[in-house]
Design a protein around this ligand. Structure first.
Ligand SMILES: Cc1cc2nc3c(=O)[nH]c(=O)nc-3n(C[C@H](O)[C@H](O)[C@H](O)COP(=O)(O)OP(=O)(O)OC[C@H]3O[C@@H](n4cnc5c(N)ncnc54)[C@H](O)[C@@H]3O)c2cc1C
Length: 287
């Protein structure tokens, strides 16, 4: 993101050889259905100096099939930076990974299942913080329009960003758009928290891919909702100060291109040119 002043952040203060031992304060389900579980996990990791937008590494106990210690898995931080007065402690939004492999066997993801099964008082080995780019600008440069795009647990860093903009920054008046995509309404994460921001400049839109359809009968994803909001978004796309952040499922990036081009077509401007400009202001973290 050219011309944006990002804060200096600490990275890798804690590594695999010297992890931070963090106690579990809370582990509660945000979604608990037969085929989907997402947990909100709060850890006491105040010793780590992290900012919202960064991630932490989790070292799952035990060894892999080769007998080596498990690899570190990264999780986005879903709470305010640890040096922010009054911040909730380090929070993670973890989806329990369970799937059937080619042989029809049920496979349980190592780290996500370890995390979702944690009990209050358990101790977790953390590395990090990780990431220098998926950050809001420094306070002096923070007053900008933002467009946040999330799918599933990709909402985690945006929960932290919104807390920063609406609870910490004084009198934040620029427009903020949040587009959140999940399959069903009961899978929306932190929905009531976002709805509690009764701000004229906050625009929260959801896309429910298995519940809502486009006029042509196809599933509705966030890029379709963005295209529907062309009138509201177009001025932001044209504004060189607007920043775009995307987090969630791999492959979301093509949805961004679709939305920008669809909006350009509705407004009769060159789609490639607008896309190039918006991409230069986009930070993306997909996994
Ligand atoms: C920067 C970053 C931030 C992240 N933030 C978060 C976050 O906030 N919340 C979160 O929950 N995760 C997050 N992740 C993903 C997380 O790091 C782990 O990858 C995830 O939890 C799975 O780890 P695991 O150990 O449970 O699964 P593993 O034991 O590593 O197994 C995962 C493997 O299973 C495969 N797999 C998964 N589902 C299926 C399926 N349906 N069919 C076939 N194969 C499948 C995957 O391809 C992968 O190879 C993030 C990743 C990155 C890189």
């Amino acid at each position: 993101m050219e011309g944006v002043v990002l804060p200096e952040v600490e990275v890798n203060t804690y590594r695999k050889a010297n992890p931070l031992l963090a106690r579990v304060i809370l582990n509660k389900p945000l979604v608990k259905k037969e085929d989907t579980e997402v947990c909100h996990i709060v850890l006491d990791a105040d010793a780590m100096n992290y900012r919202e937008g960064q991630s932490v590494g989790v070292i799952p106990p035990g060894v892999n099939e080769k007998g080596n210690p498990h690899a570190v898995r990264l999780y986005s931080i879903a709470s305010l930076g640890s040096r922010t007065p009054g911040a909730e402690k380090l929070s993670l939004t973890v989806k329990r990974v369970v799937y059937q492999n080619d042989k029809g066997e049920v496979v349980r993801g190592v780290c996500s299942n370890y995390l979702c099964d944690l009990k209050e008082g358990d101790v977790v080995s953390l590395t990090g913080p990780a990431g220098r780019k998926f950050l809001l600008p420094v306070d002096e440069d923070i007053h900008r329009p933002y467009v946040f795009m999330a799918t599933g647990t990709g909402i985690a860093p945006f929960r932290a960003f919104l807390q920063r903009l609406f609870r910490v920054v004084k009198d934040f008046r620029e427009p903020v758009f949040l587009f959140m995509g999940v399959r069903y309404e009961d899978e929306l994460l932190y929905d009531s928290e976002f709805r509690s921001y009764q701000k004229e400049n906050f625009h929260y839109y959801t896309a429910l891919s298995r519940q809502q359809k486009n006029p042509d009968g196809s599933r509705k994803y966030i890029h379709h909702v963005m295209a529907e909001k062309a009138d509201e978004l177009f001025p932001l796309l044209q504004n060189p100060r607007t920043l775009f952040y995307m987090c969630g499922l791999k492959g979301m990036e093509s949805g961004f291109d679709y939305a920008i081009k669809a909006i350009a077509a509705q407004k009769g401007v060159d789609g490639e040119e607008l896309l190039k400009s918006c991409q230069s202001r986009l930070e993306s973290e997909t996994y």
